[in-house]
Design a protein around this ligand. Structure first.
Ligand code: BGP
Length: 476
């Protein structure tokens, strides 16, 4: 049985919904220079905003203006919480200012007040792929230690302003994406770095991650000092990786490949570097900039819970050597399709049991509460002549995942705070930049060619999820 105060809800991120990219004194963010792509065509990262290019984050779904109406739809579904992010560049437009932008702060006051007035608790990510672009151009993004102070100032400003309105926070969204060093959109959105241009991408990735770990830990400590009742989690993309076979080489490969997730949670949950990472740094001969003060900060700022997204699992085969430079779902040359699993139209393996596996792995390793802050399936969908969207595939996907989540609670004893399916309202896809990759319970009439009225429609899954929430997950 899920706890009585289980946080059912949905998840979005500022850069994928708000639009209004120049309003309210907002500065440009890294998301504003990423063009629209597709399932076949990778997004480009341009040098600043280039005229004539199509940047989907500039408009999003116009949530900056429509949030009150959208929140009413979430309330109708019975949401207990909504996960969103605070766009860093609305609060510190350049990122390195001494004082925050009051207009940006006031926007989130209005947003959080509207949620609370509708009985919905805000759950907030501080950095969700939208750091100020100026921090990249002037400082080299997270390759520069100075970003720690800028982030801590941003985080502290938010905790001080909103701690009475927001109880659950996360520091860096999917901080582990950058472990996929082959594909620049991950290091760009996590850290404002193009790893393809680095001499030693792995070294740069570990250094940037270290600065983020320190920034995150200092933010956790600052949050607790401001208000001991608020909870701050990490946020990783839980990438469960199976051995393709019982060949011992596959098993060992899979164990190492899981570091793409567990290295990050190990540091953030335990507050120390795991031995396998220390040995790796030694073997590589990297003299990473990790100070004694940094290590003290890490152990003083361990997270209160593990927040994670879960979409897919992967498998590794020691005999495979694939080109993964264009892949958005693979981070290792040994990754292969799992013959036991179906895939979404975007090639993501559908694996509900992988969610239970992830919950068990985190629970056995850390004994911390967990929060599934993203899960869902991207589908191509358009309303029929009567305006109906019969998204049975989404219902089936979510039902199967919730079932596994409940088993993890009932049978494995996992301490679970909540579940917020990704893109509860259709939004701009992160990896492809499309509107066409839809996740919502609510359809948004907006297409990638720029057409559409912006009108919102309830999909079949809207009514299904409402009933799931009403019964606290007993009737799926
Ligand atoms: C995660 C991100 C989200 C998001 C989601 C779905 O990686 O935290 O921002 O969009 O995955 O991915 P996509 O939009 O590429 O389908």
């Amino acid at each position: 049985m899920l706890r009585d105060d289980f946080l059912w809800g949905g998840a979005v991120a500022a850069n994928q919904v708000e639009g209004a990219y120049l309003e309210g004194g907002r500065g440009l963010s890294v998301a504003d220079v990423m063009t629209r792509g597709s399932a076949e065509r990778a997004r480009q990262i341009t040098d600043g905003v280039v005229e004539g290019q199509d940047y989907p984050a500039h408009e999003g779904i116009d949530f900056y203006h429509t949030y009150a109406d959208d929140i009413r739809l979430f309330a109708e579904m019975g949401f207990k919480c909504l996960r969103t992010s605070i766009a860093w560049s609305r609060i510190f437009p350049q990122g390195d200012e001494e004082e925050p932008n009051e207009e940006g702060l006031a926007f989130y006051d209005r947003l959080f007040d509207e949620l609370l007035a509708n009985g919905i608790k805000p759950v907030v990510t501080l950095s969700h792929f939208e750091m100020p672009l100026h921090l990249v151009q002037a400082y080299g993004g997270w390759s520069n230690r100075r970003l720690i102070d800028f982030f801590v100032r941003f985080a502290t400003t938010c905790f001080e302003r909103y701690h009475q309105k927001v109880a659950y926070w996360m520091t860096f969204n999917e901080i582990n994406n950058q472990y996929n060093v082959e594909n620049d959109i991950y290091s760009w959105t996590d850290s404002g770095i193009l790893l393809s241009q680095a001499d030693d991408p792995w070294r740069v990735m570990y250094q940037a991650s270290h600065y983020e770990f320190v920034a995150s830990a200092r933010a956790v400590a600052a949050a607790h000092a401001i208000d001991p009742s608020i909870k701050v989690g990490c946020m990783v993309a839980a990438e469960m990786i199976y051995p393709f076979s019982c060949h011992p080489d596959d098993v060992l490969l899979a164990q190492d490949a899981m570091h793409s997730t567990l290295f990050f949670t190990d540091v953030m949950a335990r507050g120390t570097y795991p031995h396998y990472a220390v040995r790796l740094f030694e073997r590589k001969g990297w003299d990473l900039d990790i100070t004694t003060e940094d290590l003290a900060a890490l152990s003083a700022g361990t997270v209160d819970y593990i927040g994670f997204s879960y979409y897919l699992s992967n498998a590794v085969n020691h005999e495979a050597h694939a080109d993964i430079s264009e892949s958005t779902s693979r981070s290792d040359e040994h990754m292969v399709d799992n013959p036991h699993l179906e895939q979404s139209a975007w090639g993501w393996a559908i694996d509900p049991k992988g969610l239970r596996y992830a919950l068990k792995v985190f629970d056995e390793r850390y004994q911390l509460p967990q929060f599934v802050v993203e899960n869902g399936i991207g589908l191509y969908e358009e309303p029929d002549a009567d305006g109906h969207i019969e998204d049975d595939d989404r219902i089936e996907f979510l039902r199967a995942h919730i079932e596994q989540m409940e088993k993890a609670v009932d049978e494995d004893g996992v301490d679970l705070i909540g579940y917020t399916p990704w893109g509860c309202i259709d939004l701009v896809s992160f990896t492809s930049g499309e509107m066409a990759k839809r996740y919502g319970f609510v359809y948004v009439d907006k297409r990638d060619d720029g057409t559409g009225t912006g009108v919102r429609l309830r999909k079949k899954s809207f009514w299904w999820f409402k009933h799931v929430i009403e019964t606290n997950g007993r009737e799926l």
